[in-house]
Design a binder for this molecule. Structure first.
Ligand code: IPD
Ligand code: CA
Ligand code: CA
Length: 265
């Protein structure tokens, strides 16, 4: 796909995200306890996630015929194909169900398993973060960059606390303890896609979390890279998409932050 086609698809994807975002915003506060299912420990879902996913699949299939899907709620069968969308229709479901206003739609497009486009819509602030391969990263069409900061003491860090997989809890909280003493502080927003985009636009300096899925991080990871930042697995390699661990960091703190991660994990 050439740069013009990519730019075009990126704009259409933002439009689609906005349409579905309107649906999600309208449903806020309407889901009853009876309509909430528990998929596994602390992993919740309702008709809202599923309907949003169906809407996204329908609109993105029309935008790119013959494309296939990998989606969190599995409303569509996974298939192999040159172009594959990786979608989280509602990132921050627990926030949504508790009416805490940080939740997003995350959409990535891969060509032959390489991510070429990412769109994350932070629904309540109507912030659409987007990027396509070699095209730069944007927030509502304005270019964004990671923060130019190389001082850990001036940094704000994002993370997701473990909530169902406690296997690496000890290492996690040792690092956490270390970071609260060395940084301006740590935030837990409750949406990995938003955490990643906030690193991309310089609100956070770094972010780390384990036990995530590809749909949580695929779009945000490309947005960070196109904004001049870095994404790694905990060993400093590239296995962050399916490897269930991710670190995102600005350029200036890359070495120091990765050293901290590697000392603890
Ligand atoms: C979750 C959010 C959360 C992160 C979880 C994810 P969901 O996604 O991104 O911030 O800590 O690990 O699963 O379930 O709301 O789509
Ligand atoms: Ca998610
Ligand atoms: Ca989700």
């Amino acid at each position: 796909m050439d740069q013009n086609e990519l730019k075009n698809i990126c704009q259409q994807t933002c439009k689609t995200a906005n349409n579905v975002g309107n649906f999600l915003r309208d449903e806020l506060g309407k889901v009853s306890n009876q309509q909430i299912e528990t998929k596994s420990l602390n992993s919740l879902v309702s008709y809202v996630d599923k309907t949003a996913e169906e809407m996204l699949v329908k609109q993105l299939s029309a935008a790119l015929p013959n494309s296939v899907f990998l989606t969190e709620e599995e409303t569509v069968e996974q298939q192999k194909g040159e172009f594959r969308w990786i979608i989280d229709p509602l990132d921050g479901t627990t926030n949504f169900l508790h009416q805490i206003p940080v939740f997003a739609i995350s959409i990535a497009l891969q060509q032959n398993e390489e991510t070429i486009l990412g769109v994350v819509l932070e629904i309540n602030r109507k912030e659409c973060f987007s990027a396509y391969k070699n095209g730069g990263a944007f927030l509502n069409e304005q270019p964004i960059k990671v923060k130019a900061n190389d001082q850990l003491s001036d940094s704000l860090i994002a993370t997701g606390f473990p909530y169902y997989d406690f296997e690496r809890e000890e290492a996690y909280f040792k690092l956490f303890r270390n970071l609260i003493h060395q940084t301006r502080g740590i935030r837990r927003l409750g949406s990995a896609a938003v955490d990643l985009c906030y690193v991309a636009c310089g609100r956070f300096d770094a972010y780390f979390e384990y036990s995530l899925n590809s749909w949580d991080v695929a779009a945000g990871a490309l947005i960070i890279q196109e904004a001049g930042g870095h994404v790694f697995d905990f060993s400093g390699g590239n296995d962050f998409l399916f490897g269930r661990e991710i670190v995102a960091v600005n350029d200036g703190l890359k070495e120091e932050f990765m050293e901290l991660i590697q000392t603890h994990f």
